[in-house]
Design a protein around this ligand. Sequence first.
Ligand SMILES: NC(=O)c1ccc[n+]([C@@H]2O[C@H](COP(=O)([O-])OP(=O)(O)OC[C@H]3O[C@@H](n4cnc5c(N)ncnc54)[C@H](OP(=O)(O)O)[C@@H]3O)[C@@H](O)[C@H]2O)c1
Length: 257
Amino acid sequence: MDQLFDISGGTALITGGTGDIGRAIADFFVRRGVKTYICARNAQSCADTAAELSRHGECHGVQADLGSLAGMQRLAAEISGREDRVDILVNNAGAVHYAGIDVFPESAWDEVFDLNLKAPFFLAQAFLPLLRKAGTSARPARIINIGSSAGSQVSANEAYAYSTSKSALNYLTRKIARRLSKENITVNMVAPGPVDAGLMSKMDEAFRKSVRDDIPLGRMATPDEVAAAVVFLASPAAAYLTGVILPVDGGVTGCMR
Ligand SMILES: NC(=O)c1ccc[n+]([C@@H]2O[C@H](COP(=O)([O-])OP(=O)(O)OC[C@H]3O[C@@H](n4cnc5c(N)ncnc54)[C@H](OP(=O)(O)O)[C@@H]3O)[C@@H](O)[C@H]2O)c1
């Protein structure tokens, strides 16, 4: 039983590892013996977060802007120079933009789609050689995308590009899962509902209360609850799962629609 949940010994990259959810994932990985790389645009917060997490294991921060193909390729080149395999890629970095339908700007569509949808595809592409070297039939390499319940339910908020990008990421996750299923690489998604941190903490309390009121379990998730699902999908216990969208949303998708 212990071995089924033992993720130690591998190497992982977590994008957006300085944000609330990414950091919680990185913290769990580092404490469980995974050599963990985190990346974000802000070099200082990458270095600070990596230094703090390194008190519990091995963590490295790499500055990267995943809003461009060049940024993703630089990141892949940097990690390829240091590692000969990567066992787990967590596509966690994400962006949201709220604006009314009359004024929603094209620039926000580009920014949100570049990071939430194109980056998971092109990072998977860039890291395939390292993932292929890591995966075996008994212990496949893992691509774990962080989606959102917003990708499968139609909410009243005006995050047009965000919800649409996460919905497309649901499909992309299953599409790539099928393509890589013969290559010892699984592709799954954790789809959180509202999390009391990160992107959500930028919203005002009235909005946050209306969000809480709509969740069957009556509260938002914690970053650790999202990270725990990622650890499960990264573990030997999940070796036979691919193309799975795992909601961590207090019942929003499971018992309301
Ligand atoms: N919070 C929620 O309620 C919630 C709910 C459902 C799903 N999610 C999903 O969970 C994931 C993490 O969200 P979060 O709430 O933890 O967000 P967050 O705290 O705002 O963190 C976002 C992370 O992404 C990085 N990032 C942003 N733009 C980037 C870029 N162009 N290139 C590289 N890194 C970039 C940020 O660092 P820099 O700014 O330094 O680049 C930061 O590390 C996202 O995919 C989000 O959609 C969140």
